[in-house]
Design a protein around this ligand. Structure first.
Ligand SMILES: Cc1ncc(COP(=O)(O)OP(=O)(O)O)c(N)n1
Ligand SMILES: Cc1nc(C(=O)O)sc1CCOP(=O)(O)O
Ligand SMILES: [Mg+2]
Length: 207
């Protein structure tokens, strides 16, 4: 399956009190990958929320990805996203199996992406491209890096960091397959607006 489309990422603070309704609104508009990103250490809540997302994703035929936590991904039989300090990729591939989706944060470094590809990543993520409400201190990445990545890599390319409907078009023009978005999707005032935004991101990607 070619990975291309909107990659919605949850944020526990932003979605407090409207978690499932906003996620479902996004799924209504079309989401290729949904990442459960919760940086807390409340394991019981994380399991409960991840299970709820897995059930929702099954209904909408969307792939669920767990941020950081390969054990939780294995328990739910879903994918995982690993940053550079979240554990090694090859053993995670062995744990989750060859069909699992495993993503790797590569910041603005092609070398990290080449390494991730060798170790079995399903996609590589570059960022941040713009000012981010969610992660203001993430290192920055340029459009030129995307051009090099497109030439040298044979994996789906994900862009992340401050992406909105107003700034996403150049990323697509420079070869991005997956637009990973938190605030630009879930920062909306209503569920109807979340659905509209999801549809509009997909139109940008022509899917
Ligand atoms: C799609 C995607 N890309 C990058 C990240 C960032 O991962 P990481 O660097 O491990 O930082 P945290 O998200 O864990 O704070 C991501 N989560 N998803
Ligand atoms: C989780 C994350 N990782 C980033 C990176 O550059 O690796 S930027 C980021 C935050 C994405 O949220 P928003 O769409 O609100 O900017
Ligand atoms: Mg991480």
């Amino acid at each position: 399956m070619k990975l291309r489309g909107l990659y919605a990422i949850t944020d526990s603070q932003l979605l407090a009190g409207k978690f499932l309704s906003y996620v479902e609104a996004a799924l209504e508009g079309g989401v290729t990958l949904l990442q459960y990103r919760d940086k807390s250490s409340d394991e019981a809540r994380r399991l409960r929320e991840a299970e709820a997302l897995r059930d929702l994703c099954e209904r909408y035929k969307t792939q669920l990805i767990i941020n950081d936590d390969a054990e939780l991904a294995a328990r739910l039989n879903v994918g995982v996203h690993l940053g550079q300090t979240d554990g090694p990729l090859s053993p995670t591939r062995a744990l989750l199996g060859r069909d699992a989706i495993i993503g790797s944060t590569c910041h603005a470094q092609l070398g990290l992406a080449e390494q991730a590809a060798k170790e079995g990543a399903s996609y590589v993520a570059f960022g941040r491209f713009f000012n981010s409400n969610t992660k203001p201190g993430a290192p920055t990445c340029s459009l030129e890096l995307l051009d090099q990545a497109r030439q040298q890599l044979h994996l789906p390319i994900c862009a992340i960091g401050g992406i909105t409907l107003d700034n996403a078009a150049p990323l697509v023009a420079h070869g991005v397959d997956l637009l990973a978005v938190v605030h630009g999707l879930f920062g909306a005032e209503s569920t109807a607006e979340v659905t509209r935004r999801a549809r509009a991101f997909n139109e940008l990607l022509k899917i």
